[in-house]
Design a protein around this ligand. Structure first.
Ligand code: CP
Length: 317
C-alpha cells in the first residue's frame, strides 16, 4: 500500500485521545479503513514500514492489544520485539527509567507500552526520543482501544456520530476504556450515557459530558449501541460489590434489555469478557455483537497508528 502521508502528523507519541483533534481522529480512522482492505487480501502484508522497529513492552497482561500491535507491525513489514515484565530485568529490580533507556539504546522507532500506573506512558515519552504509544496505563487512558471502538462504530453507524447514543455499562470507575471513549465519542458528536452501581462510578462524574443512570432498563431505552465493560473481580474484594449475583441481576446486559434499544442497536465489549456477569453469552454471540469486529478493527487501527508515528516528518509534540 502506498499510503498518502502528505498529511503532516504532528504527534511524536500517542498517549491519550485528548491530544487528538476531530480532524486528526477522522484522518487516522480513514487510514485505518485503507489498511483494513489489506487485512482482507489473501496476502496480508505490505513493505510500508520495512526497516522500522517496534518494541512491545507490556508490563501488564494483554491478549488483544499486544497481539494486534504485533500483527499490525508485521503486516506493515516492521520488525517487532516483545518484552513482558516476567521475562525482563524489571523482575530483578531494574527501574522503569533504566529499562526504557536500555530499550531506546537499541534504536526502536516505536515503543508500545502497557503499564499498571496511570501516567507511565507519558513518563516514558518525556524520557525517550522514539515514539511511545500508550497501550493502556492504569485507570487513565487506553487511546488505541477507543480509536478502534470508534472505527467499529463508524462502520456500524454509516459514518455518522451526530445524533447517535452509546451506553457504557459496568465498572466505569476503574475503566481507562470508558474514559477514553467518553472523550473521543463526544468529540465526534455522539451522546454518551453511563450506567453503573454508585460505587463503580468515578469521582467527579458530574463534570463529565454524559448522562448517568443507575437503572439499566431506563439507560438502554432508544440507544444506538451498548458497550459493556469487564467487571474487575478484584473490586469485590475491595468491598465495592457486596454480591456478584446481585450485580449480574441488575447490570448484566441481556437480550431482554436490548428490546428497548433501537432495533439496529449494536453491542460492544473491549474484552476480556465475563460471560453471564456483565454480558449474557447469547448477547455476546448474537449478530448484533461487534466484539470480534472490534478485534479486527484493532489490527487496522493500530496499523494506522504505527504508520503515522513511524513515518511522520515533522512536529514536536
Ligand atoms: N481490550 C484490551 O485492552 O484487551 P487486552 O487486555 O487483552 O489487551
Amino acid at each position: 500500500m502506498n499510503a498518502d502521508n502528505r498529511y503532516l502528523w504532528p504527534h511524536k507519541d500517542l498517549l491519550d485521545v485528548t491530544q487528538l483533534t476531530g480532524g486528526e481522529t477522522l484522518h487516522l480512522l480513514d487510514l485505518a479503513a485503507r489498511f483494513q482492505e489489506i487485512n482482507r487480501r489473501p496476502v496480508k502484508k505490505v513493505p510500508t514500514l520495512k526497516g522500522k522497529t517496534v518494541v512491545l513492552f507490556f508490563v501488564e497482561n494483554s491478549t488483544r492489544t499486544r497481539t494486534s500491535f504485533d500483527v499490525a507491525a508485521k503486516r506493515l513489514s516492521a520488525d517487532t520485539y516483545p518484552l513482558t515484565k516476567s521475562g525482563s530485568s524489571l523482575n530483578k529490580g531494574e527501574s522503569l527509567k533504566d529499562t526504557a533507556l536500555t530499550l531506546q539504546a537499541m534504536g526502536p522507532d516505536v515503543i508500545v507500552m502497557r503499564h499498571a500506573s496511570s501516567g507511565a506512558a507519558e513518563y516514558l515519552a518525556g524520557l525517550l526520543d522514539c515514539s511511545v504509544v500508550n497501550g493502556g496505563d492504569g485507570w487513565h487512558a487506553h487511546p488505541t482501544q477507543a480509536l478502534l471502538d470508534c472505527f467499529s462504530l463508524r462502520q456500524a453507524w454509516q459514518g455518522r456520530f451526530a445524533g447517535r447514543t452509546l451506553l457504557i455499562l459496568g465498572d466505569i470507575a476503574h475503566s481507562r476504556v470508558a474514559r477514553s471513549n467518553v472523550h473521543l465519542l463526544t468529540m465526534l458528536g455522539a451522546r454518551v450515557r453511563l450506567c453503573a452501581p454508585r460505587t463503580l462510578l468515578p469521582a467527579g462524574v458530574k463534570n463529565w459530558p454524559v448522562d448517568v443512570y443507575s437503572d439499566l432498563n431506563q439507560a438502554v431505552r432508544g440507544v444506538d449501541a451498548v458497550m459493556c465493560l469487564r467487571l474487575q473481580l478484584e473490586r469485590q474484594q475491595a468491598g465495592l460489590l457486596p454480591d456478584l449475583a446481585e450485580y449480574s441481576r441488575r447490570f448484566c446486559l441481556t437480550a431482554g434489555h436490548l428490546k428497548s434499544a433501537k432495533p439496529e442497536a449494536r453491542v460492544l465489549h473491549p474484552g476480556p469478557l465475563n460471560r453471564g456477569l456483565e454480558i449474557a453469552g447469547d448477547v455476546a454471540d448474537a449478530p448484533a455483537s461487534l466484539v470480534l469486529d472490534q478485534v479486527s478493527a484493532g489490527v487496522a487501527t493500530r496499523m494506522a497508528i504505527l504508520y503515522l508515528l513511524a513515518t511522520r516528518r515533522g512536529g514536536t509534540s
